[in-house]
Design a binder for this molecule. Structure first.
Ligand code: MN
Length: 269
């Protein structure tokens, strides 16, 4: 399929999703898989298997179930670039797939036979080693006339990881992101402040930096504000740093340390 369809649907000036490219090397053994919970116009889970340098993709409205009797509709959708496997964030309203994306699970998948052959045949049997999903799974293509939207079924194999009769328990009990621990509501709330398409236009005019503004440190690069910022930890030392002037002020809630660095004064509270 390639990425033409993926690129055609998106305006990369407006969406934070990766533009991506087809990766050159296909790994011999296991390849990556990712499941992204996607709160778009309708909530669904995007199930993606790395194959032929792209992420072959299915949209699963109800998400996976550990109950082998629950055969979940999986609508085959366009290939996505491998970079997409790390994407978690907000796709602006009005853009293709506009809504919130949460990295629900990721890991390695192992096909039982040549994956490209299995894919063409319409029955992929595989094992997952993810953080939430494990053991054997099947993806089976249904017979149908509509070539644009191929319907497949995703279901759990009966093995030691199966939980017969569990229904939706898996997606209900484990809603959070495997990378950030955030829920879909928290991702939407966090990133709304950073990336909001209609608000962005108002602040789009770039402010000129102040004339004596410090330049960013060497090696710094522009990036999105992370969803969670780890606190900066202090290290206990017996002497103040040499070659720098410093004072500290006792405050009711702690200490304020002012250091005179080579390139000017800076404060830390
Ligand atoms: Mn989607």
């Amino acid at each position: 399929m390639g990425l033409q369809e993926y690129k055609r649907k998106r305006d990369f000036k407006k969406t934070p999703e990766p533009a991506g490219k087809v990766a050159k090397v296909a790994k011999a053994k296991g390849s990556s898989f990712v499941i992204q919970k996607h709160a778009a116009s309708r909530l669904h889970y995007d199930f993606r298997l790395e194959m032929e340098g792209v992420l072959r993709s299915w949209a699963v409205p109800k998400g996976p179930s550990l109950d082998p009797g629950e055969k979940r509709l999986a609508v085959h959708v366009e290939d996505h670039p491998l970079d997409y496997g790390d994407f978690e964030g907000v796709i602006p309203k009005g853009q293709y797939g506009g809504g919130t994306v949460l990295l629900w699970d990721h890991g390695i998948w192992y096909p039982d036979i040549d994956p490209v052959k299995a894919y063409r045949k319409g029955h992929i049997k595989f094992r997952l080693e993810g953080e939430k999903l494990h053991g054997g799974w099947h993806l089976v293509r249904l017979q149908g006339k509509d070539e644009d939207k191929e319907n497949w079924l995703l279901f759990k194999e009966s093995d030691e990881f199966a939980v017969p009769g569990s229904g939706d328990a898996l997606v209900e009990e484990y809603p959070a992101s495997v990378t950030t621990g955030l829920t879909i509501e928290e991702i939407a709330a966090n990133l709304d402040r950073v990336w909001q398409s209609n608000r962005e236009e108002k602040v789009a005019k770039k402010k000129e930096p102040a004339k004596n503004a410090p330049s960013p440190p060497a090696g710094a690069r522009k990036a999105k504000l992370p969803a969670k910022v780890a606190p900066q930890l202090a290290t206990l030392v017996s002497d103040p740093p040499k070659g720098a002037e410093w004072i500290h002020e006792l405050k009711l809630d702690g200490y304020r340390v002012l250091c005179e660095l080579k390139d000017g004064p800076r404060g830390k509270t």
